[in-house]
Design a protein around this ligand. Structure first.
Ligand code: NDP
Ligand code: MG
Length: 388
């Protein structure tokens, strides 16, 4: 029997790459459900091609448009249509599948992923914000329910692959690589005037808008440090970051005997997506060769924490624990669209996050409900700060 996948965020960059992987492995995998926010036109095309049992749209209006278009040109089997944030979670619970691939952008993806875990599915996780928001509860739940969390994020996939070379107790530290983004060498004085257009041009990866801005602020790496802390159950002291502008080595694991293992590959998300789904096996993936001789040299440098305080803040959040990372992520989720709309400057992103973190009253061992409340509070606080 084919393995079934519920794909959350199918219309995005990871979502469309996942569908290419499924196409490539169509004898082995099939799509059980697809979900997006509002891009009903693309969802309709995808559903027509992959014939899932269910589709979900978080926007009610998009659901209406999708339904009308489906009625005009229906196909069999008729998919169940779910809508709204709760509808997406319900869909993930109702549909039978082996995997949920979480590729919604932002912590909005968390409830549906938890619904998938609770109904016995393994999670292939791209949606790092979900783990940053609720890491300890998320991982505890996965352990209690004996479900796997398979990393899709390229750095975490590289670490996951490199970890196969030893035992967890033999790990000295993990080293995440960062491209450094488009402003790796931009002097601080020029960073104040960075425009959204400049920030949306990533030097090595082609991704959705939110993560592209996160890469420009190094917030993406900051979120990934927190993601790694939970995925691999390592304290922050054993997680470090090195800037590697070529994005060929996707991360390293240093073992206690001085051996360091890493994974290399072209910057193509189909590789980690496919590995998450076929683990512990590998399958052929076309057009993925790299020529090291052509690349010539691979370089490394320390991240600049003065120009990019995001990384420093991530380590501080991990040190403080509790609800700090939830606030860190939520404030950033407000800051990014505000920067893209021209309402705050580039460096205003860091200031906003820092200000919301300082105004926060930490809860040390939050419940899931409290995490959602804190997430809402941090978003409101961030919006208030921007207005004032
Ligand atoms: P995109 O912006 O390209 O896509 C986001 C997807 O999520 C779309 O399908 C979008 O639907 C959907 N979506 C957004 N908000 C909601 C919502 N509230 N409810 C339901 N669906 C929603 O993002 P990416 O694919 O780039 O990133 C997705 C996740 O993967 C992020 O967490 C990112 O950090 C992570 N990731 C991405 C990488 C990449 O290379 N792109 C690499 C590593 C991790 P619609 O189209 O209708 O808006
Ligand atoms: Mg990454």
């Amino acid at each position: 029997m084919k393995k079934r996948i519920i794909l959350l965020g199918s219309t995005g960059s990871i979502g469309t790459n996942t569908l290419k992987v499924v196409q490539n492995l169509h004898d082995e995998f099939e799509v059980a459900a697809l979900a997006c926010g509002s891009n009903w036109k693309l969802l309709l095309e995808q559903a027509k091609e992959f014939k899932p049992l269910a589709v979900g749209l978080s926007s009610e209006q998009a659901r209406e448009e999708f339904t009308q278009a489906f009625k005009a040109q229906p196909w069999e089997p008729v998919p169940n249509i779910y809508s709204g944030a709760e509808g997406l979670t319900q869909m993930t619970r109702d549909v039978e599948a082996e995997y949920v691939l979480g590729a919604i952008s932002g912590s909005a993806g968390l409830p549906a992923i938890l619904g998938g875990l609770e109904t016995g599915k393994d999670i292939a996780l791209a949606n790092k914000e979900a783990l940053v928001m609720a890491g300890s509860i998320f991982m505890r739940k996965a352990e209690e329910l004996n479900r796997r969390i398979l990393p899709v994020d390229s750095e975490h996939s590289a670490i996951f692959q490199s970890l196969q070379a030893g035992n967890p107790s033999e790990v000295e530290r993990i080293i995440l690589t960062a491209s450094g983004g488009p402003f790796r060498q931009t002097p601080l004085a020029e960073m104040e005037t960075i425009t959204p257009e400049q920030a949306l041009k990533h030097p090595t990866w082609d991704m959705g808008a939110k993560i592209t801005i996160d890469s420009a602020t190094l917030m993406n790496k900051a979120l990934e440090v927190i993601e790694a802390r939970w995925l691999f159950d390592l304290p922050p002291e054993q997680i470090s970051v090195v800037v590697h502008p070529q994005s060929i080595i996707h991360s390293f694991v240093e073992f206690i005997d001085g051996s360091t293992i890493c994974q290399l590959g072209p910057p193509d998300m189909k590789i980690p997506i496919q590995y998450a789904l076929t683990f512990p096996e590998r399958r052929h993936l076309p057009d993925t060769e790299i020529s090291l001789a052509k690349i010539g040299s691979l370089t490394f440098e320390e991240p600049d924490l003065k120009r990019f305080p995001s990384l420093r803040m991530a380590y501080e959040c991990l040190k403080v624990g509790g609800t700090a990372s939830t606030v860190f992520n939520a404030a950033n989720e407000v800051a990014v669209p505000e920067f893209l709309s021209g309402n705050i400057p580039f460096l205003g992103i860091f200031k906003l996050i820092e200000d919301v973190l300082s105004a926060h009253q930490l809860i040390e061992s939050p419940t899931l409900e409290q995490l959602f409340e804190v997430d809402t509070w941090a978003r409101e606080q961030a919006r208030e700060n921007i207005m004032s």
